[in-house]
Design a protein around this ligand. Structure first.
Ligand code: DC
Length: 224
């Protein structure tokens, strides 16, 4: 990872991490890693096996038989050679991912896979513990946040949901998953001490992307 410029973007669901990470990577010609999709792929494996996603004992044997991978742009995720991207965003998989990602066996199984992505000129990674655990020496750490209602609104738009009742249900599910992410013992969601914290509640997506790209460019200049 030594020569790879790593941009670590963390934050709660709906803060705009994925869209920002992909746009920043594209703008800079960097690779991109969607670590949440890796956790979702593990969750899908557990759901399909009919396993309890909170049961540490079933995870090891199931993971031993499978290879998880992702395309360099972070867009496509594979279980062995099967492209599972379109199966990862259902409510069932989201809930299972939130539970199974708290298990130490799941986190340790994915850590080297994530670090191995840092090979080229640059990599944008997004998730919950990119700056705190997986890439503690990242060249830039960003923590994206936004208030709860705004995050539910954004995620609702992404999922094509409309109507107050549906958005309220989505907001409540997201709040519960965030609570789990923030309170788990291993790699809880929190900003790294040296991260740039951006509250994006009143920012447009383009403003957030520009802020991150400009920060990368100025740090690259300083490093020269
Ligand atoms: O970012 P996402 O919504 O796709 O993440 C899915 C789940 O995985 C979510 O519950 C948080 C968890 N996750 C994690 O624990 N660590 C990461 N680095 C990325 C995601």
């Amino acid at each position: 990872m030594s020569d790879c410029f790593v941009v670590a973007i963390d934050g709660p669901a709906g803060a705009g991490k994925s869209t920002t990470a992909k746009a920043v990577a594209e703008k800079l010609g960097f690779a991109c890693l969607d670590s949440g999709a890796l956790y979702r792929a593990v969750a899908l494996l557990l759901v399909e096996a009919g396993a309890d996603p909170s049961d540490e004992r079933v995870v090891g044997p199931l993971l031993a038989g499978v290879r998880i991978s992702q395309s360099a742009d972070g867009e496509q995720t594979f279980l062995n050679d099967r492209n599972v991207t379109s199966l990862l965003r259902s409510a069932r998989v989201s809930d299972a991912a939130s539970r199974s990602s708290a298990l130490p066996a799941v986190r340790s199984a994915l850590i080297e896979l994530q670090r191995a992505a840092a090979t080229g000129e640059g990599l944008v990674v997004e998730g919950r513990d990119m700056g705190t655990v997986v890439f503690p020496r990242a060249a830039l750490k960003v923590f994206l946040d936004a208030d709860e209602d705004e995050r539910a609104r954004r995620r609702g738009l992404e999922l094509g949901l409309s109507g107050t009742a549906k958005l309220e249900k989505l907001g409540a599910e997201m709040a519960e998953r965030d609570r789990r992410d923030r309170s788990r013992k291993v790699a809880p969601l929190r900003p790294a001490e040296d991260s740039l914290v951006l509250d994006t509640t009143s920012f447009s997506l383009q403003e957030v992307i520009d802020a991150v790209v400009n920060e990368v460019l100025s740090r690259k200049k300083l490093a020269k």
